[in-house]
Design a protein around this ligand. Structure first.
Ligand code: E4P
Length: 220
């Protein structure tokens, strides 16, 4: 399962990139708005920093304008993936973009039925939003499992990207469900690396090593 960072913050991207595990980035209008900067500059910096897919989201709701915007976004970098929403216009624009050979990520997906539509337009990625499904008192992980199962049964090539992940167990369960990609905020990435026994073990190794140095000094 490829690990993506869900952010438009270049410092967060640089930090996770340093770990050698970052395979891509997803952005959305909310995340880009947080940077309070020219979106084109923000996207370009991310596309250059990341050696992997970077999803850039369209904002025009009308199919024709969305298609034109999607073409411009795709031209920003060879690693750009164009996000379109799960709406009739999004499907229309998304199909035209995939027909042009542009890689499309269908976003704001909340059900297996919507995921079937995304696969049928030949999307490169489908993004079910697990956390937001949970927020609506439904089972996001169940929806993800169903999507993965349907895609396997039907032989769909669209990559399943588990999105809106809120904690490390979302990431683990998404991997068990067979998701191709998991995208998560920086805070969740930071939690993945942490374990209290790692900290305890590290402290013990450090104090034992220190003790050895003292003993060697005393003996000298
Ligand atoms: C994915 O592409 C989305 O940007 C993201 O995962 C949304 O997550 P949220 O529900 O935490 O905003």
């Amino acid at each position: 399962m490829r690990l993506f960072l869900d952010t438009a913050d270049i410092e967060e991207i640089r930090e996770i990139n340093r770990w050698g595990v970052l395979r891509g980035v997803t952005t959305n209008p909310t995340l880009v708005a947080k940077e309070v900067d020219d979106p084109e500059r923000v996207w370009k910096e991310i596309l250059t920093e990341v050696d992997g897919d970077v999803s850039l989201e369209t904002t025009d709701p009308e199919a024709g304008a969305m298609y034109e915007q999607g073409k411009r976004l795709a031209e920003m970098g060879a690693n750009a993936v164009v996000k379109v929403p799960m709406t009739p216009d999004g499907l229309d624009a998304g199909k035209r973009l995939t027909d042009d050979g542009i890689r499309v990520n269908v976003t704001l997906v909340f059900s297996p039925a919507q995921a079937i539509l995304a696969a049928e337009i030949g999307a490169y990625i489908v993004s079910p939003f697990l956390g937001r499904i949970d927020d609506a008192a439904a089972d996001g992980m169940h929806a993800l499992r169903q999507i993965c199962e349907i895609y396997q049964m039907q032989g769909y090539q669209t990559n399943v990207l588990a999105a809106s992940l809120r904690h490390p167990m979302h990431v683990v369960d998404a991997a068990l469900a067979g998701a191709d990609i998991a995208t998560m905020p920086y805070e969740v990435f930071a939690k993945l690396v942490k374990h209290p026994l790692t900290d305890v073990g590290l402290q013990k190794f450090a104090s034992d090593w220190e003790g050895l140095q003292e003993k060697l000094k005393e003996g000298a």
